[in-house]
Ligand binder design. Structure first.
Ligand code: NAD
Length: 215
């Protein structure tokens, strides 16, 4: 059972983009916007935008456009951004550090509460004022601090054992940068996989496709 049965997966995929764009409008003190202006600025058709926004309540008023703030709030609400899910990050290497430092967790519905690694040289250092803790203390930490989400920034080979430990602790939501396919092994988890190389390959495909197209 899901809260928003009427919102399709493609619409959900577009929500972060709407949210980001509306946030930029708010920063520029724009209070109302028409679907036409929104479509010009976002590169979608006006009817697409109207259809999308109709899925979660009619915010537009004929002739008046949309209230930017109401739309922003509602999309944030649908995305669950008014929560703060607590997250631990596993793997304080190059990627883990970049994720810990550069992600605006608090504005995106999460609070980073712990960072773990098994490298003695990293344990005890701090990233974003959070101490890197020995992975041996994972169970004690997650028992003491309610943990909703784990972020995997460890190599693929390290992921299965750590995932099993988290799963047993009841931590079943994952932001997965490791290339290990968690959903094959656990049917009742929520996982969002990030593969930057996939995005790069899609770019390669698009360039190749455009260059090889018949004139
Ligand atoms: P890195 O070597 O700099 O960092 C890996 C960290 O994981 C190290 O600090 C290491 O001590 C720690 N670690 C390894 N095994 C561990 C274990 N069993 N328990 C706890 N900590 C452990 O590597 P990186 O550049 O940060 O990349 C990490 C992984 O992420 C790589 O495997 C890489 O393939 C992957 N990666 C994915 C993407 C993506 O888009 N999904 C992008 C870059 C890297």
């Amino acid at each position: 059972m899901h809260k928003y049965e009427n919102i399709s997966a493609p619409v959900i995929k577009r929500l972060p983009r709407y949210y980001r764009f509306l946030g930029e409008l708010i920063a520029k003190d724009v209070t109302r916007i028409s679907s036409r202006e929104l479509s010009d600025k976002m590169g979608l058709t006006a009817s697409q935008i109207r259809q999308d926004l109709n899925c979660f309540g009619g915010f537009g008023q004929q002739g008046y456009g949309y209230s930017v703030q109401s739309l922003y709030n509602e999309i944030g609400h649908i995305l669950g951004l008014d929560h703060l899910y607590s997250a631990v990050l596993i793997g304080a290497g190059n990627l883990g550090k970049a994720v810990a430092v550069h992600m605006s967790f608090e504005k995106r519905g999460f609070k980073l509460i712990g960072i773990f690694d098994n490298d003695k040289n990293k344990i005890g250092t701090t990233i974003r004022d959070i101490p890197v803790t020995d992975l041996d203390e994972l169970e004690a930490f997650c028992t003491e601090h309610h943990t909703d989400v784990a972020i995997f920034c460890v190599p693929k080979t390290a992921t299965p054992e750590i995932a099993e430990r988290l799963y047993r602790l009841g931590v079943k939501n994952y932001w997965n940068f490791s290339h290990y396919d968690l959903s094959i092994h656990y049917s009742d988890i929520i996982v969002e996989n990030v593969h930057l190389n996939d995005s790069l390959m899609i770019l390669c495909y698009k360039i190749s496709d455009a260059n090889d197209a018949p004139n």
